[in-house]
Write a protein that binds this ligand. Structure first.
Ligand code: CMP
Length: 152
């Protein structure tokens, strides 16, 4: 079982896309393990995007992320880290297929509605950063209807 960090960015919250985005992950069969609406400050946003600090768009990206509340989430499921890219679409909405979140709801790479961890290791780091208090421990009763084999 993998876990990934997903953030609905300020544009997604302001545009009323929270329910739609959560619904896509829920309907796929993934399990919601953490959820909070939070406005982060500049040092926190800079830490989250530290790997991009040399990029020319870094300051604009940080301004965007601190401009309003975001929805921080942890989703769990088999292959969730790789599958989430197919649900979300390419980073640049211009290259995102219709049917993906960015393909359906975004136009500009600088307002691409949603962030997700790009690998299992970055997911682990991002979950620790955003959920230092820990996440919910629960198991969905739907597991036998979503997975053929019982999962650990
Ligand atoms: N060329 C760019 N111009 C502006 N923002 C960018 C550019 N490339 C990447 N980003 C942003 O940087 C973010 C890094 O990962 P995200 O999935 O959060 O989504 C990305 C975009 O919001």
């Amino acid at each position: 079982m993998e876990q990934t960090f997903i953030m609905i960015k300020p544009d997604g919250v302001q545009r009323g896309l929270v329910g739609e985005i959560i619904g896509r992950f829920e309907k796929k069969g993934f399990t919601l393990k953490g959820l909070k609406l939070i406005t982060v400050d500049r040092p926190f946003a800079e830490k989250h995007y530290a790997d991009l600090s040399a990029k020319p768009f870094f300051n604009g990206l940080v301004e965007y992320i601190i401009s309003g509340p975001v929805v921080a989430m942890v989703w769990e499921g088999k292959n969730v880290v790789t599958t989430r890219r197919k649900i979300i679409g390419a980073a640049n909405p211009a290259e995102s297929a219709p049917g993906t979140i960015r393909g359906d709801y975004a136009i500009d790479i600088g307002r691409n509605v949603i962030h997700s961890s790009d690998a299992v290791e970055s997911a682990r780091k991002e979950i620790a950063l955003w959920f230092p208090e820990g996440i919910a421990e629960w198991r969905s009763s739907l597991h036998p209807w979503i997975y053929e084999f019982s999962l650990p």
